[in-house]
Ligand binder design. Structure first.
Ligand SMILES: [Zn+2]
Length: 163
């Protein structure tokens, strides 16, 4: 009789812990962005030559030649490599640089930053938080409230207008 009751108790507790663990796992999965990883060949198959050059080879489009630098429509800009939303039109501002410029990403986790000391400059590279594609650079001369200027290549963005 005693053995039986102990067994029941232990069983109930194990069940509770398992349920809690399951809840926590689901929560952390929601908060974390699952990475998109592809080989160079796989990227070449889905990206245009221009998108590949920028996203996968840290390329830069010439100022005033890319997409969206002058786009004033309301909507969302996503990564052309993996479709992750990156910037909203209400954080886009006129920088005069010839590249789409934003003062804030949609979510901190959606972009990553990395020190870039190429070309004899000390800059901060901006990468897509999901596919690690090169997006552009971030500078500290942007407008309020962040004071940041995300200088992004328009040719690797996909714009979805607000309905
Ligand atoms: Zn991406």
């Amino acid at each position: 009789m005693i053995t039986c009751s102990l067994f029941t108790n232990a069983c109930t507790q194990t069940g509770k812990v398992a349920e809690q663990t399951k809840k926590q796992t689901q929560h952390s999965k929601d908060a974390k962005i699952e990475k998109v990883v592809k080989t160079a060949k796989e990227w070449q198959e889905i990206l245009s030559a221009e998108e590949y050059r920028i996203l996968r080879e840290q390329g830069t489009e010439r100022a005033f030649t890319g997409k969206y630098w002058d786009n004033k429509a309301e909507g969302t800009y996503s990564c052309s490599g993996c479709q992750l939303p990156l910037f909203e039109s209400d954080t886009k501002f006129k920088s005069g640089t010839g590249w789409p410029s934003f003062y804030q990403p949609v979510n901190e986790a959606n972009v990553a930053t990395k020190a870039d000391n190429s070309h004899g400059w000390s800059r901060v590279e901006v990468l897509c938080g999901r596919c690690d594609g090169h997006l552009g650079h971030v500078f500290e001369d942007g407008p309020k409230p962040t004071g940041l200027r995300y200088c992004i290549n328009g040719n690797i963005l996909t714009f979805q207008a607000k309905e």
